[in-house]
Write a protein that binds this ligand. Structure first.
Ligand code: GRG
Length: 302
């Protein structure tokens, strides 16, 4: 695990995804009782085959400061629940009106709009239920858990993902400039990615400089991730991505390639990845997964 030649990122991502998927299956309710249709709808999107990038970042953030997956699994899973809720709501007719997500028909196409809306609400609420799990409180001090809950609520809310989504929708069809697209991307996508990696490091007891460096890393890869997503929307393949390619252009979305062009966008994403890796310069080989995930974020095909 000491350098790029030896570390197997593909294997690492597959292993951590399996650990996260197993925990999600363990934590998540079965479709029982009178509200079972809504629980089925939550499960449909949660287990539709996401990359689990946010939980993996949480685990890798913990490992970088000598923690482990076991320390952070409920938090890692809660991040995936919030992410999945955002995708269900994002696909609704009132938002992006998409038909395909994670390679399957979108939640509202299968369960109807009302149940899809409620499934998103259920996932968001269940995330905070999971954040107060006894399993976590048995390992981590309440003070640290409270701090992490506050960080996650901030990143998911009005000054994070929901704020970014608001500006994204309000700027559709308008000519935006760099500060606007930067606001959208850092809030809509970057905030949750940053909190994913930082929360892992906080839970694992990272020191002041470690948390600052990991937070800088998160901000840089968060922005690079959404720029890569914009580029994939132009160049990617719907089947490989599991969602409709070309949707941004069709909806006249505010994107980096739209504002700066493809070449400049590619340049910026590469610089962000370099800077993200540089943020980790004081870390040892335990941060190797984070370094390589940074590169993977702009090289991925889905
Ligand atoms: C509050 C009503 C209401 C809705 C909120 C905030 C929000 C809806 C949506 C914003 C979230 C969003 C769609 C951000 C885009 C980020 C993005 C590129 C998502 C895809 O992430 P991946 O590639 O997907 O990690 P997988 O499927 O692999 O998890």
């Amino acid at each position: 695990m000491t350098n790029k030649g030896v570390f197997d990122l593909k294997g690492y991502l597959a292993d951590k995804k399996a650990v996260v998927d197993e925990a999600l299956h363990e934590y998540f309710p079965q479709p029982e009782g009178l509200a079972s249709d809504m629980i089925e709808a939550m499960r449909y999107s949660l287990f539709a085959g996401g990359k689990r990038l946010r939980p993996i970042l949480c685990v890798a953030g913990a490992e970088a400061v000598d923690g482990s997956a076991t320390d952070v699994l409920p938090v890692a899973c809660s991040l995936e629940l919030i992410h999945t809720y955002s995708l269900i709501h994002d696909d609704l007719p009132a938002m992006d009106d998409d038909a395909l997500r994670r390679g399957k028909p979108t939640n509202h196409k299968v369960f109807g709009e009302a149940i899809a809306l409620l499934a998103g609400d259920g996932l968001l609420t269940e995330a905070f239920h999971l954040l107060t799990a006894e399993e976590l409180a048995a390992r981590i001090s309440p003070h640290v858990i409270l701090k992490v809950i506050r960080m996650i609520a901030g990143a998911a809310g009005y000054d994070g993902m929901v704020g970014g989504q608001t500006v994204d929708i309000q700027w559709e069809g308008k000519t935006a400039d760099l500060p606007i697209v930067e606001y959208i991307h850092t809030h809509k996508t970057g905030a949750m990615i940053t909190v994913s990696v930082t929360s892992g490091a906080v839970l694992a007891g990272g020191s002041g400089w470690q948390l600052q460096s990991i937070s800088d890393y998160g901000e840089k890869i968060g922005l690079a991730f959404q720029i890569a997503d914009d580029i994939l929307d132009i160049e990617g393949d719907s089947i490989a991505m599991g969602k409709t390619a070309g949707a941004d252009n069709q909806k006249e979305k505010t994107t980096y390639p739209g504002v700066l062009g493809l070449e400049e966008s590619r340049k910026i994403q590469s610089e962000l990845v370099k800077a993200a890796i540089q943020s980790l310069k004081k870390f040892d080989q335990r941060a190797e997964p984070l370094r390589q995930i940074a590169q993977y974020i702009i090289e991925r095909k889905k």
